[in-house]
Design a protein around this ligand. Structure first.
Ligand code: GDP
Length: 296
């Protein structure tokens, strides 16, 4: 993950370490190089601009220049600012504090990893001693409903009975009633995705939100699609009250652009990350650990 970004930052800092004392010129040059590395990693250009200006300001401060290990101090500043960029210090845990059944809704484009993430989330809920009900509300692709039913069978977690052609809002409402009557405390709603955003899809998602009032509305983003994922996240966020992001396929993301930009662009925290196709490959996101990992 992010190997290229890590390697490139490493070579920037190697050069810096070669100097005993740092001058403002060194800092300037380093900031220019960090800027290029981040742009090459497909980080949003506005995010890069403000990041580099924040790091540059701190790095040019006396605290760094007068330090006995200035290069080390610059790296520390970069690490702290990277963590900050990804939401360090914010509460990014799932909010389940509501009267059960607590509805959690996943949305995003087709192929982003919604259905897989629903399965992963259901497993996580059960491991956390909750009793989840999976709800297939993608009625346009019968394969999507089947996929969720298969996951449910694999996990031995119940999947609400729904069929292609039914009204997704009706499915979610009935699933909620069913959960209430049958002792499920968490609903995991797998909504429809399209290849592109369209008004009809947004209208449907808004109706689900209005009728079921999900406690979490999570945008599922494919990290491998870089800035495209960020642009789509922003559009979803403008139309739906998103509460967070699940970044999938981080295991295959060589560049890191989506991971580094999505929080800054949408203002919504990355809550969970998908680290593989297996159902236990869902992790809570830790900005500080991620920053640490990037800097090796
Ligand atoms: P949906 O159309 O949004 O429901 O997407 P799916 O859940 O069907 O996932 C699309 C593809 O991405 C499938 O082949 C999944 O196995 C794969 N996938 C989902 N999450 C991850 C992940 O975190 N890592 C990897 N490597 N593959 C993933």
């Amino acid at each position: 993950m992010f190997d290229t970004l890590s390697d490139k930052l490493d070579s920037v800092f190697k050069k810096l370490r070669g100097h005993g004392k740092l001058t403002e010129q060194h800092i300037k040059e380093t900031m220019r190089e960090i800027r290029l590395v981040l742009l090459e990693a497909d980080v949003n250009f506005k995010v890069v601009k403000s990041f580099v200006s924040r790091v540059g300001e701190r790095a040019a401060g006396q605290e760094v220049l007068k330090s006995l290990t200035p290069a080390q101090q610059v790296i520390k500043v970069v690490r702290e600012e990277l963590a900050e960029l990804m939401g360090e210090g914010e509460d990014n845990s799932l909010d389940l504090a509501a009267r059960p059944p607590v509805p959690l809704m996943l949305c995003g484009l087709q192929g982003a990893g919604k259905t897989t993430t629903c399965g992963k989330l259901a497993l996580k809920m059960r491991r956390d001693k909750r009793n989840p009900l999976l709800v297939p509300a993608d009625v346009y692709r019968p394969a999507a409903i089947e996929q969720l039913k298969t996951l449910g069978r694999q996990l031995n977690i119940e999947v609400f009975d729904s069929h292609a052609g039914q009204d997704p809002v009706d499915i979610c409402t009935r699933a909620r009633e069913y959960a209430e009557l049958n002792g499920f405390d968490t609903l995991i709603l797998d909504t429809a995705g399209r290849l592109h955003i369209d008004e009809e899809l947004m209208g449907e998602l808004k109706r689900i939100v209005a009728n079921v009032a999900p406690q979490e509305i999570l945008f599922v983003a494919d990290a491998m699609t870089g800035q495209d994922a960020v642009t789509v996240a922003k559009s979803f966020d403008e139309q739906l009250p998103l509460t967070g992001v699940v970044l999938t396929k981080l295991d295959g993301d060589a560049r890191g652009g989506a991971a580094l930009s999505i929080r800054a662009v949408t203002g919504k925290p990355i809550k969970l990350v998908g680290m593989g196709e297996k159902l236990d490959a869902l992790e809570q996101f830790h900005p500080d650990r991620m920053a640490q990992r990037i800097l090796g």
